[in-house]
Design a protein around this ligand. Structure first.
Ligand SMILES: Cc1cc2nc3c(=O)[nH]c(=O)nc-3n(C[C@H](O)[C@H](O)[C@H](O)COP(=O)(O)O)c2cc1C
Length: 226
């Protein structure tokens, strides 16, 4: 493995969706997973579970579920206009790349599914004061918080090993079908399906909206100028 700096990895680990058929060695997958589990999780619960799918027939089945999710995405995106920060060319490239993956998810040498296992309640639900009960409305937003840091570690570890990947989510439209294929129990929820392989395309550079546009100092709207 060639050494790569952390910032170089962050600035070049763009979404890659086309892969060479070359297999990914198991020890490399182990190291990627070992990087994943260094991530933080709420209360340090580490209730994550990762499915590594290498079997070709299973990958095709998982790919078929992703494709079904892709049909929903296509319907949702039918009238989607390009976001203002993207050039027409960048937007078209993104769409073409996403559409390619919809048809080829199962061809990636490895499919990695990042999940969380719900801890069964240890007793009856706690009686909360009304104010605390009302605050629970924000709980849904926390759903993926304990797995996405691990997913980002996977993205960076892949980059370090010269592997491409992308965080995808549209399998969730048909998550039950995916779980049935892999024998995953109901208490395990999937949050990301990541194809992994040696990329056909090149890494980076990653372009984003500038910091002074998206960050504020002290008061919302007071753009960060540092
Ligand atoms: C929460 C989340 C969900 C995503 N879901 C999908 C997906 O279902 N399919 C897909 O092809 N890409 C998906 N992506 C990848 C984004 O399209 C990609 O990260 C974004 O376009 C930036 O790409 P870049 O790093 O190459 O600039 C997702 C990314 C995130 C963060």
């Amino acid at each position: 493995m060639a050494e790569i700096g952390l910032f170089e990895a962050m600035y070049t680990a763009r979404a890659l969706r086309k892969f060479k058929p070359d297999p990914v060695p198991d020890d490399v997958i182990t190291k990627i997973l070992d990087a994943a589990i260094r991530a933080p999780s709420g209360s340090n619960e580490q209730s994550w579970e990762f499915m590594v799918v290498k079997d070709a027939a299973l990958r095709q089945k998982v790919g078929a579920v992703y494709k079904k999710g892709g049909d929903i995405l296509k319907a949702l995106y039918a009238d989607r206009v390009k976001p203002p920060h993207m050039s027409e060319e960048t937007f078209n490239k993104l769409m073409a790349s996403a559409m390619y993956l919809i048809d080829h998810m199962g061809d990636a040498p490895v499919l990695l599914i990042a999940s969380l296992k719900q801890t069964p309640p240890s007793g009856p639900p706690p009686k909360l004061p009304p104010e605390a009960a009302a605050a629970m409305k924000n709980l849904a937003r926390m759903a993926g918080s304990s797995i996405y840091p691990a997913v980002q570690n996977i993205i960076l570890a892949c980059r370090a090993f010269g592997l491409g990947t992308v965080l995808t989510t549209i399998h969730m439209f048909y998550e039950d079908e995916l779980k049935a294929i892999l024998g995953m129990p109901p208490e395990v929820q999937t949050f990301a399906l990541m194809p992994i392989g040696y990329p056909q395309g090149k890494f980076g550079p990653i372009k984003r909206r500038p910091v002074n546009e998206v960050a504020y100092l002290d008061k919302y709207g007071n753009h960060w100028k540092g």
